[in-house]
Design a protein around this ligand. Structure first.
Ligand code: PLP
Length: 408
């Protein structure tokens, strides 16, 4: 007899494959390219300490009280000013503070997804979003991306295909900047086309953009939200990648009717985001520390990215079908191995060699991407990057040798 009677939703929940695989590689000496973690050596501890003292001294008990579900007005004002400085004009009334983007994804799922509802996603897409949408019973409809991001013609075809089946997507989930996992940017032309298509078919767009500001080459692209004229875009921002993930803070902008529902949804989730962290964040935004941290992060990550690219060039064998992305920003590099290789099957070798990566198939909902992997370069040191890539290249060589041996 079953001891516990779980809800249908609980039965739909899955553990994140990334988190499960990363557990395997948490032994001492393992070099991890697995997580999407910022470099802790650049965390601005002094600035945080000063802002925390200020929050207590200047905000007093307000910093230690519950805050409105919509968020601390001070934080909202400063977040709006920050966005406006970055060219994404917005007012405090248009946003709510959330406990980081993962909460925003959960709230959006609660508000928009009933079991069986169609959601359009990029192929591949962020595993944490898929996890959240799946728990609420979403039916995934993936649209391919190429070097310029989601393919507009394929998107429209997908929408029409859904319409034929008498279905309509609840939203299109996009990660337009340094997409997780592929690192690809949605070109400006395509951003406009996606908005046009969404408008033609009256579908909402969810823009999840934690990495946008971490651009170390080329110009910052306008956000999808800033290009939209109809209030069709829900935009999510977070401190996690541009400042520190430990704050668990971010914000979300949406049309007023949607914000209202999201606020109700947040009330039953956690009442409000921490007032103390919100006040600290407000000071850090106001005093320009977030912009400073973005500059420091870019300087550090561009060098680490180059070290990884050089190491791949140096150590990886020359094989047909083996390629990797050349990031212009963000935290990830996407590696494609020959079709006959399977990065999941390579995990035991990786555990033995003490190197961790994320299997590409975790980012697909249809089992594809078996020959791909995501590598993070922001967290490991330069030395670890060189050594880790050497280990990874050894695994690829071993697989290739076993295959050639089997053919002989
Ligand atoms: C695309 C994307 N969205 C959302 C998140 C969640 O970030 P957080 O909850 O830390 O803000 C991540 C984290 O890796 C991400 O890559």
């Amino acid at each position: 007899m079953d001891k516990y009677y779980f809800s249908t939703m609980a039965s739909r929940m899955r553990r994140s494959e990334i988190r499960e695989l990363l557990k395997l590689t948490r032994q001492p000496g393992t070099i991890s390219f697995g997580g999407g973690l910022p470099d802790p050596n650049i965390f601005p501890r002094k600035a945080v300490e000063e802002a925390a003292v200020r929050a207590i001294r200047e905000q007093g008990n307000l910093a230690l009280q519950y805050s409105p579900t919509e968020g601390e007005p001070f934080m909202k004002e400063e977040a709006a000013a920050f966005m406006t400085r970055l060219g994404d004009e917005i007012s405090a009334e248009e946003i709510i503070v959330v406990s980081s983007s993962q909460q925003a994804l959960d709230l959006l799922s609660k508000v928009f997804i009933d079991p069986g509802d169609a959601v359009i996603i990029e192929r591949p897409s962020y595993v944490g979003a898929l996890q959240s949408f799946r728990a609420f019973g979403a039916e995934f409809h993936g649209v391919d991306i190429d070097s310029e991001g989601i393919i507009p013609s394929a998107l429209e075809e997908k929408i029409l295909e859904l319409r034929k089946a008498d279905k309509k997507a609840r939203f299109i989930y996009l990660i337009p900047d340094f997409q997780n996992p592929s690192g690809i940017n949605l070109s400006i032309e395509r951003r406009k086309q996606v908005i046009e298509i969404a408008s033609r078919h009256n579908i909402l767009i969810v823009e999840d953009s934690p990495y946008r500001e971490l651009r170390f080459e080329g110009e910052l692209l306008p956000s999808v939200r800033s290009l939209d004229k109809e209030g069709r875009v829900i935009q999510m921002k977070t401190f996690s990648k541009i400042f520190v993930p430990g704050f668990r803070i971010g914000w979300l902008s949406a049309p007023p009717e949607v914000l209202d529902k999201l606020v109700m949804s947040k009330q039953s989730t956690d009442l409000c985001t921490s007032a103390f962290v919100s006040m600290i964040s407000g000071y850090l935004l106001k005093d320009g520390h977030i912009e400073k941290q973005i500059e420091i992060s870019k300087e550090v990550y561009v060098k680490k990215c180059r070290t990884m690219l050089d190491a791949l060039e140096k150590y990886m064998p020359e094989l047909e079908g083996l390629s990797w992305s050349k990031p212009e920003g963000g935290m990830f590099l996407w590696v494609r191995l020959p079709e006959y290789m399977d990065t999941l099957e390579m995990i035991p070798d990786a555990v033995e060699a003490k190197v961790a990566y994320v299997i590409g198939s975790a980012f697909y909902t249809d089992g594809s991407g078996k020959n791909t992997m995501r590598l993070n370069y922001s967290y490991p040191s330069h030395e670890q990057i060189r050594e880790g890539i050497k280990r990874l290249a050894g695994i690829v060589e071993k697989r290739e040798a076993a295959r050639s041996g089997a053919k002989d």
